[in-house]
Design a protein around this ligand. Structure first.
Ligand code: F6P
Length: 327
């Protein structure tokens, strides 16, 4: 029989995302409401291996709901991929008498949690924290909304200068292998085209579209490129386009890590609060090795195995709409 849950540990892992602090606050406050003790693991799995755990009091999570980044720090851990690293991590949990863990991160975080809990039988619950929005089992990940708002703010500014100089801008956004950030940034900023990994937009098709725009005397254009786009990032695409079509003066902007920082939007704070709260209450009800997500505005728990292995396809009606509205 599994031990009753009295002490939990919480960590953030992988790339930071705005709203992770709000999720942490919700975990700690909900845990105290249920008379649990909470420990923070610093620097994700790296800190777990090195025994960097510290008791978190309610006050430790005061005044953090609005802060970007993660007060627990984060890391991508190579050592946790090895059984030896995970054994050391288990010893850290034993030393602090931890009964269950809550991990805030993306698929790498949940892959690690799944392997670890299968080996060492400690229940885990995951909270999706990544700007990429690429996790099966939740309509939105924490940080995505803030990231797309940061990106459209940048693109709005680029439009001003693109318009003034009659230029063609290629703006690269993050998202790793997924196009959620790019598609939403494209729709929200009214971009002329969006290049995402999920759709086979060839360079030829893009040039064709740009030529049609030029014929209609379109004075400038902004193309949003997902970093994982299969024909290359913004720099490569801009170069290929320029070689065949140089009607516009062409510029490239890579928004980069700006998208990961900043104060979370209200949407991300509320999402993080709901999922942090649900994760603790789920653990107490016996949920384990699942990710707490939001599906159709209801909390849903999805086994790690599914969230790691299943794709979350981009909605084709959104892609179609984005194309029509950009014409
Ligand atoms: O997963 C979040 C993310 O920001 C991706 O969009 C991006 O590809 C990656 O992390 C960048 O990672 P790092 O900050 O380690 O360079």
């Amino acid at each position: 029989m599994e031990k009753p849950i009295k002490r939990i540990a919480v960590y953030t892992s992988g790339g930071d995302a705005p709203g992770m602090n709000a999720a942490l606050r919700a975990v700690v406050r909900t845990a105290y409401y249920h008379d649990l003790h909470v420990y923070g693991i610093f620097r994700g799995y790296e800190g777990l291996i090195d025994g960097e755990l510290r008791r978190l009091e309610r006050a430790d999570v005061g005044n953090i709901i609005h802060r970007g980044g993660t007060i627990l720090k984060t890391a991508r851990s190579q050592r946790f991929r090895e059984a030896e690293g995970r054994k050391q991590a288990y010893e850290s949990l034993l030393a602090f008498d931890i009964d269950a863990c809550i991990g805030i991160g993306g698929d790498g975080t949940f892959t690690g949690a799944k392997v670890f809990s299968e080996e060492h039988h400690i229940p885990f619950i995951g909270i999706p924290g990544t700007i990429d929005n690429d996790l099966y089992g939740t309509d939105y990940t924490i940080g995505f909304d803030t990231a797309i708002n940061t990106a459209i703010e940048a693109v709005d500014k680029i439009r001003d200068t693109a318009d003034s100089h009659n230029r063609l801008f290629f703006v690269e956004v993050m998202g790793r292998h997924s196009g959620y950030i790019a598609l939403n940034t494209g729709i929200g900023s009214g971009a002329g085209s969006v290049m995402i990994p999920e759709v086979d937009n060839s360079i030829e098709a893009l040039i064709d579209k740009l030529k049609k725009g030029a014929k209609r005397k379109k004075l400038f254009s902004v193309v949003i490129v997902a970093e994982g786009n299969k024909y290359g990032g913004a720099t490569e695409i801009a170069q290929k386009v320029k070689e065949q079509f140089n009607y516009y003066d062409t510029k490239v902007t890579i928004i980069g890590h700006l998208q990961r920082g900043g104060s979370p939007t209200c949407f991300d704070r509320v999402l993080a609060s709901r999922l942090g709260f649900a994760a603790v209450e789920g653990l107490l009800r016996g949920e384990k090795n699942v990710m707490a997500g939001l599906v159709n505005n209801e909390v849903a728990f999805t086994p790690f195995g599914e969230t790691i292995s299943k794709d979350k396809p981009i909605k084709s009606d959104l892609v179609r709409m984005a194309e029509i509205l950009a014409m």
